[in-house]
Design a protein around this ligand. Structure first.
Ligand code: SP5
Ligand code: ZN
Length: 358
């Protein structure tokens, strides 16, 4: 990968997206027994495309299809088989697991009655369209990592459905395949990788994938899990295990956290940890549900804060893949993503100007 700041003018930033990702609509979810409208709409992607599509700083293109077998290198064979089974469901039907065995060894992924063996919540439905959409979503993250390998200083994966809650063998939290994990694994060929998760929710899936791995640093800032999804992970005392001990950092923040407080923790804790780790590349789990008007998150981040966050990330001077996660204020999602990505560009450009040309 090219060093940031080699003195070349910035080319447009690659943005990866496939129309096939629009075909899946979760529709509704269950929350404490209530059937509620699902916030993870295809329209989220359209909001983002609406902003990035008309800005020459970005170049939207479809990803190459995912190499065969790649999903099964990161995820349990049975989890992917379950999605394949769901692909034969009647058109228009959605399936919400309702039996969740505590001992998941019994799950048969060819039997949709067993779907609860592979799932940890009631907000993440399966349908005939799930496999195709999540495979293309994963392909955007893989393509963005490949763009970095080809020399781009930064690339954005418009990965929808999102991924950071998906573990090796469980789906949940609107996530089926861990897109950040795939990007990090692709970048590992170049050295150690850091993942910073700025979504309002803790990235439990990403944490679990790399919990014992010292070659991938995982850092997450999020709403305190005592109060917010995913409730059972995201606590500050989860620091990694085995050889990975010390390579997972959780930074829970209180409800109502504003941009200033968020950035203080980001600078003092998250960026400091990444700098000390000195990775070859960075993956950002880019969720925008910390936005003040977001219906799920309870921080008060403004659009301008996302630009500053992006700028700080850009100034790290690392080849960076941004992978879309949450963000449910559909009307403002595009401008928040645009502000963030322009911040990353500005940060990398400012760094390039301050370094001698190669
Ligand atoms: C990727 C991502 O951001 N996933 C988030 C999953 C959160 N699921 C729990 C949502 C609980 C819904 N409660 C509605 C409260 C509205 N104020
Ligand atoms: Zn989220």
């Amino acid at each position: 990968m090219a060093a940031i700041g080699s003195g070349r003018p910035l080319a447009s930033m690659p943005v990866f997206f496939s129309e096939a990702q629009l075909e899946f609509e979760p529709g509704y979810e269950w929350a404490l027994g209530e059937k509620i409208a699902h916030p993870e709409h295809a329209a989220r992607a359209e909001s983002i495309l609406g902003t990035l599509g008309r800005d020459p700083a970005f170049e939207v293109r479809p990803p190459e299809s995912l190499p065969g077998g790649l999903l099964r290198r990161q995820h349990a064979d049975a989890l992917i088989t379950l999605y394949e089974t769901a692909a034969s469901m009647p058109e228009g039907e959605t399936l919400y697991p309702s039996v969740f065995p505590r001992d998941t060894r019994s799950g048969d992924p060819r039997n949709l009655h067993h779907a609860g063996a592979f799932c940890f919540d009631a907000g993440t439905p399966l349908s005939a369209r799930t496999l195709d959409a999540v495979t293309w979503s994963a392909a955007t993250a893989h393509a963005a990592a490949r763009a970095l390998m080809a020399g781009a200083p930064a690339a954005y994966a418009l990965s929808r459905p999102p991924g950071h809650h998906a573990t090796r063998d469980l789906f949940g939290g609107y996530c089926y395949v861990n897109n950040c994990g795939l990007a990090a694994r692709a970048l590992r060929r170049r050295g150690r990788v850091a993942i910073i998760d700025i979504d309002f929710h803790h990235g439990n899936g990403t944490q679990a994938l790399f919990y014992r791995d010292p070659q991938v640093l995982t850092v997450s800032l999020h709403g305190d899990p005592r109060e917010f999804f995913p409730y059972h992970a995201g606590y500050a005392d989860e620091r990694g295990a085995g050889r990975g001990l010390g390579y997972n950092l959780n930074l829970p923040l209180a409800a109502g956290c504003d941009g200033q407080a968020w950035l203080r923790t980001f600078d003092a804790e998250a960026l400091t940890a990444v700098r000390a780790y000195a990775p070859a590349a960075l993956v950002v789990a880019a969720g925008f549900d910390g936005y003040t008007k977001d219906p799920l998150g309870e921080f008060t981040l403004e659009t301008a804060d996302f630009e500053v966050i992006g700028e700080r990330i850009g100034r790290m001077g690392l080849p960076t893949v941004m992978v879309q996660e949450g963000g449910y204020h559909v009307a403002h999602l595009g401008r928040n993503v645009g502000a963030f990505l322009r911040g990353v560009r500005a940060g990398q450009a400012a760094l390039a100007r301050s370094l001698p040309a190669a």
